[in-house]
Design a protein around this ligand. Structure first.
Ligand code: HEM
Ligand code: NFK
Length: 269
């Protein structure tokens, strides 16, 4: 029988903590102050980044499934992404237990670091269709993060994959939309909206996919809304550490739509 404790064994037995690399994960919290609440602030952000990683992973799979016309698996993945987004929004409740005084006690130690520097959040936005060079201001030229965001801005967005999916489902999508410059911002299109309306009229799988995409869009707007309310109650109208006006800037992002065409068609049904 193998002696699991034998130090000379060639491969140490897999354990809970070795499989999950807990030595790495649990030694990665480095508060810069002695304030009790700083650990919560770090842990919450790390959990977000893990969920961002998982969502990027799921969205890659989703785009492949859409482009191959696989409705059931696309719907399944969309359901998973929606569930993760709901957890991400709900997590704000935990951070909101931190009072303004508790946050102020260590905020100075954050220097100029800020959410503006979240590479994965920007990659997520780019995958969801954002094409905005301004985000690069916060990423040094030649940095891996900048390159990853730029790469995501040159790939088909989730909406581009949805348009290709519509073609696999037999819907007519204007060639100009399918052959567009992927690095440019998407311009809402009346012709594309007509194709989407046809899919809704058929009450087909494509209509279900479209509804799940609207969930995603609404979910991100919800996150933005909860984030800015958290910001208002925690730092009021102070400017942000990242150099923006703070809440005022964040409000300007709240009703940003990922898929404007999917919202536009609602007035036509
Ligand atoms: C007390 C908690 C928080 C405060 C006071 C806060 C404050 C801010 C402020 C003021 C900004 C604007 C950028 C700046 O000038 O600094 C910002 C941006 C951002 N924050 Fe937070 N934040 C908090 C928690 C979080 C959490 C938990 C996340 C999760 C990852 C997060 C992610 C982001 C992201 C991604 C941005 C960029 C948003 C955009 O440009 O659309 N923040 N935050
Ligand atoms: N921008 C925040 C600081 C902040 O929340 C933050 C700082 C470092 C890493 C992540 C952060 N979270 C989101 O912006 C502030 O102005 O207080």
């Amino acid at each position: 029988m193998t002696d699991l404790t034998d130090p000379n064994a060639q491969h140490p037995a897999l354990t809970y903590s070795s499989y999950l690399a807990l030595d790495d994960v649990l030694s990665a919290q480095h508060p810069r102050s002695d304030e009790h609440d700083e650990l919560l602030f770090i842990v919450i952000h790390q959990v977000y980044e893990l969920w961002f990683k998982q969502m990027l992973h799921e969205l890659g799979g989703l785009q492949r499934r859409l482009e191959s016309g696989d409705t059931p698996h696309a719907l399944h993945t969309l359901g998973r992404v929606r569930a993760i987004l709901k957890v991400a929004v709900a997590q704000i409740d935990v951070l909101e237990t931190m009072t303004p005084r508790q946050f102020t006690s260590f905020r100075g130690r954050l220097d100029a670091s800020s959410g503006f520097q979240s590479e994965q959040f920007r990659e997520l936005e780019a995958t969801l269709g954002r094409r905005d060079r301004r985000v690069f201001e916060h990423y040094p030229e030649g940095s891996a993060g900048r390159d990853r965001i730029a790469a995501a801005m040159s790939r088909p967005s989730l909406f581009d994959s949805f348009l290709r999916y519509l073609v696999t489902q037999g819907y007519d999508v204007p060639a100009a939309a399918l052959e567009r410059d992927l690095t440019a911002a998407w311009e809402p299109s009346a012709d594309v909206q007509r194709s989407i309306l046809t899919a809704y009229a058929d009450d087909s799988g494509a209509a279900q996919v479209a509804e799940r995409l609207v969930d995603l869009d609404e979910g991100l707007q919800e996150w933005r809304y909860r984030h800015v309310k958290m910001v208002e109650r925690t730092i009021g109208h102070k400017p942000g550490t990242g150099g923006s006006s703070g809440a005022e800037y964040l409000w300007s992002t709240v009703s940003r739509q990922l898929f404007p065409d999917l919202w536009a068609v609602r007035s036509e049904m």
